[in-house]
Structures are given as structure tokens and as C-alpha cells.
Design a protein around this ligand. Structure first.
Ligand SMILES: Nc1ncnc2c1ncn2[C@@H]1O[C@H](COP(=O)(O)OP(=O)(O)OP(=O)(O)O)[C@@H](O)[C@H]1O
Length: 449
């Protein structure tokens, strides 16, 4: 094995989880060359993933280990280093100048991969995620029996992964022998490709079917990957039939994911699918306060409310803002006051505010419903225009600081009572009509994402 690569792997072992290391880095073969290190990936998919996710880190580690800025090059293939003693390519087989590494993927070991910080205790409940949390707890109490599969779906950064880990953690807390396997779907795909390459599909199947609960995150990633879907379908059936729990997340309702096989979509509907919606203002503020408390950061309610009001996109962004504030406050030794927060996050808050102007809302809604902007702002009352217009008005009230008369003015000089009526109508609709609620949430995501 290239000594350099071995030392690099040893270093990365301490940073990456075992699953990632085994899936992406162990299958690489390495060869030192005159310019640095050459890594050979078994297939283009592994190559892309390594390049995207790990290359920068590998380069840093290699520079630290050697004290030079060495280039790390990636290629698909294997390191059969037919090099002559001069280092030039040789026509005939010759002794390798640098011994190649042939890192066969080791037999996969069982690893829970659960993040111990993601628990139900650290999950803040609100209207947007109440149902998801209740279902997840039910599943943790009665794995394989309450809802199988449990599918949590919704936009990015809304807590699906958190809930999934919380479920796994609670299962393990109630029964430490319970085998819970958590994987992102790319890891499932990567493991499968690796198993195909090393002709160890039996081991792959055994591994996934021997768990008590299989948790797979972001299954929209399976779209268009037919072999993966086929394999996942069989894994699903095997687990389902023997009442092993399956928990999945998806960034949208799976029926809406293109290029997902119909039979798989139908299986996903056998259990319970729950939407995780973007949290409302109060929940956002409560999440912030809870995160601040967990991190030991002193943040007052007024600051939490400022961030919750201005950052609506998702919880991850909210948490990112809190982390920035905490780091700056720590660096300058200052308390986190409203002024400090406004000043520190000026650019970030401006970015979030930028998208949300009334003209932007009008254009986004017109595009979404495929109506012309001038028709949306006109006096025409046909239903195909009236409803989108009301939504655009209600969104303007929800997402901007403008008053009702100002919004009325921006919609072709309408009275403020018309805007008020629109807000009430849309609110009522959202409570009773799933389609309308989905449109509403989707538009908020587009505008604030
Ligand atoms: N209700 C909540 N209470 C506490 N923390 C939350 C809540 N919702 C989200 N978070 C936090 O927000 C961050 C992002 O959540 P998570 O990774 O679970 O999102 P996700 O929905 O899985 O997104 P993606 O689809 O992009 O993977 C995490 O740190 C999580 O702890």
C-alpha cells in the first residue's frame, strides 16, 4: 500500500464515519507518482462523489503529512503501475516502482451511525411537525408494528433527519440490542455498487436484511437509478414481510418524484407518510432558544424573535445564523444584543429579505400558476385568476412588512378590506384543503429558500 495513502486514511478514519470511509475511500487504489498521488476509483460514480466530497480534505491531509502541496489526481481504473525503474511507462510488465494499494472493501461491519444529539428531547414540537413527531415516537415504541414504513417528507432543513435519528436512538435506548442501521441513500447506492464490483451481493443483502430497523435518508436520490431501486425494492419486501421497521425520508411526496418506479411508490404508501412543514414563527423562535440553550449561548427572546421573523427558509439556516452569532460574540467578547445581531448578520438578513418583495411575490405566484402577471394584477374576477391573486396578497402580508393598504395599492389599487378578505380566505383554505396548503408551503419555500 502506498504509505502516504495509508497514513492519509488513518487520519481520515478519525474524522469520517465508518460507513463513508468503507463506501467511498477504502475502495480507492493509490499510486504515488512524480507529481503527487494518484487515486483510482472503481467507477465514475465513486469518482464524482470522492471529488465532490472528499478531495479537498484529502489534499489538505496529504499536504500536512508531507509538508508540501502535492497534487492528488483522480481517475477511474485500477493502479496497475506498469512503470519502469526510471518511472516511465514500460511496455512489458515490470516491477512496480511504488507498490500499489489494492484496498478491497473489507467485509462491512455493523454500525448504527446514529447521531446521539438528535433525540426527541432536543426536537422542538410545533404545528408543522407535530404529526411527524407523534408518528416517529409510535414507531420507536412499537417498531415494525405501528407504521411500516414510516415516511417523513418535506423540504430541506426541516428536521426529517433529526426525527429519524431520534427514532433510532429511542429504539436503542429501549432495547440496546436492537440493530438500527441509518444510511443516506447515496451510501446505499455506493454500498451496492461496491458489492456489485466485488461480487459480494450476498453479503450486501445479508447485511441490509439482518437489521431490526433500516433508516434511509433522502430517497429522492434513488430516482432514475434502476438497479438501486430494484435492489431496494427486494430489501424493502424482505424487511416488511418479517416486520422489521423501515423509516425513510424524501424531499417531497414520493408520488411526485419522477423516475421512481411505480411499484416502489406503491410500497411506500403501505405505511404512513407524514409531511414535515416549515415551522411557523413561534416554533422557529422556540427552536432557536432551545438550540442556543443546548450550545450554552446566551440569546435573549428579542434576538430569537428577530431571527425567527427574518429567516423563514428552514431550521438549518436559522441554526447557521445562531452559530455565526455565537462565534462572533465569543471572538469579540460581546453579548448578543439586537444591535450586535443586526450588525453581524446584516448581509445574511439582507439576502433573506431580498427575495421577499411584493413584486417578487406577484411574479413567483404568476409563474407558479402559469398566469400572466398583468392578468394577476388586473380587475378580472375569473376564478383561475382570483385564487392566485388572493394567495399572492396573503403571501405579501405574511412575508413582507407592508400594510394592508400598501398591498392593496400594489395589486392594482385595491381596497385594504379586499386584502384582508384574501388573507382570511387563504388561511381558512389552508386549514381544510391539502392541495392549497401544499401550494402555500411550496410558494413560501420558493420565495424564502
Ligand atoms: N423541530 C426542530 N427542533 C430542533 N431542531 C430542529 C428542528 N427541526 C430542524 N431542526 C434542526 O435543523 C437542522 C436541520 O435538520 P435536518 O437535517 O433534520 O433536516 P432535513 O429535513 O433532514 O433536511 P435535508 O432534507 O436537507 O436532509 C438540524 O440541526 C436539526 O437538529
Amino acid at each position: 500500500m502506498s504509505d502516504l495513502w495509508r497514513r492519509c486514511l488513518e487520519r481520515l478514519e478519525g474524522e469520517l464515519n465508518a460507513e463513508d470511509l468503507h463506501t467511498w475511500l477504502m475502495p480507492l487504489q493509490a499510486r504515488d507518482d512524480t507529481h503527487g498521488l494518484k487515486l483510482f476509483a472503481p467507477n465514475p460514480y465513486t469518482l464524482d462523489t470522492v471529488r465532490e466530497r472528499y478531495l479537498a480534505r484529502i489534499e489538505t491531509v496529504i499536504s500536512q503529512l508531507t509538508g508540501h502541496d502535492l497534487t492528488v489526481r483522480l481517475e477511474v481504473g485500477s493502479s496497475s503501475p506498469r512503470v519502469s525503474p526510471t518511472g516511465k511507462p514500460a511496455a512489458a510488465p515490470a516491477p512496480a516502482k511504488v507498490e500499489p494499494v489494492v484496498a478491497e472493501a473489507p467485509a462491512a461491519t455493523f454500525s448504527h451511525n446514529l447521531d446521539p444529539h438528535y433525540t426527541f428531547e432536543t426536537f422542538v414540537e410545533g404545528k408543522s411537525n407535530q404529526l411527524g413527531k407523534a408518528a416517529a415516537m409510535q414507531v420507536a415504541m412499537n417498531p415494525g408494528r405501528a407504521y411500516n414504513p414510516l415516511l417523513l417528507y418535506g423540504g430541506t432543513g426541516l428536521g426529517k433527519t433529526h426525527l429519524m435519528h431520534a427514532t433510532g436512538n429511542l429504539m436503542r435506548e429501549r432495547n440496546p440490542d436492537f440493530k438500527v442501521l441509518y444510511l443516506r441513500s447515496e451510501q446505499f447506492v455506493g454500498s451496492m455498487i461496491e458489492a456489485l464490483r466485488t461480487k459480494s451481493m450476498d453479503e450486501f443483502k445479508r447485511r441490509f436484511r439482518s437489521v431490526d430497523a433500516l433508516l434511509i435518508d433522502d430517497i429522492q436520490f434513488f430516482a432514475g437509478k434502476d438497479t438501486t431501486q430494484e435492489e431496494f425494492f427486494h430489501t424493502f419486501n424482505a424487511l416488511f414481510e418479517s416486520k422489521q421497521q423501515i423509516i425513510l425520508t424524501c424531499d417531497r411526496y414520493p408520488k411526485e418524484v419522477d423516475k421512481l418506479e411505480p411499484r416502489l411508490k406503491s410500497r411506500l404508501g403501505w405505511g404512513l407518510s407524514v409531511a414535515i412543514e416549515p415551522p411557523d414563527f413561534e416554533t422557529r423562535a422556540a427552536i432557536l432558544l432551545s438550540k442556543a440553550h443546548d450550545k450554552g449561548v446566551a440569546v435573549g427572546e428579542n434576538v430569537a424573535m428577530l431571527l425567527a421573523k427574518r429567516i423563514r427558509s428552514n431550521v438549518r439556516d436559522l441554526e447557521g445564523a445562531l452559530n455565526t452569532l455565537a462565534a462572533r460574540a465569543n471572538f469579540y467578547g460581546k453579548p448578543i444584543t439586537i444591535d450586535f445581531a443586526e450588525e453581524t448578520l446584516r448581509d445574511l438578513l439582507a439576502t433573506h429579505a431580498q427575495a421577499v418583495t411584493v413584486p417578487n411575490i406577484q411574479k413567483t405566484v404568476a409563474d407558479y400558476y402559469q398566469v400572466r402577471l398583468q392578468d394577476l394584477l388586473s380587475k378580472r374576477r375569473v376564478r383561475s385568476l382570483a385564487r392566485p391573486r388572493q394567495i399572492a396578497m396573503a403571501l405579501s402580508k405574511e412575508l413582507t412588512e407592508h400594510s394592508l393598504p400598501e398591498i392593496g395599492e400594489a395589486f392594482g389599487g385595491r381596497d385594504h378590506t379586499t386584502v384582508l378578505h384574501a388573507c382570511r380566505t387563504i388561511k381558512k383554505f389552508c386549514e381544510t384543503d391539502t392541495r392549497m396548503r401544499q401550494d402555500w408551503e411550496q410558494l413560501i419555500r420558493i420565495l424564502t429558500g
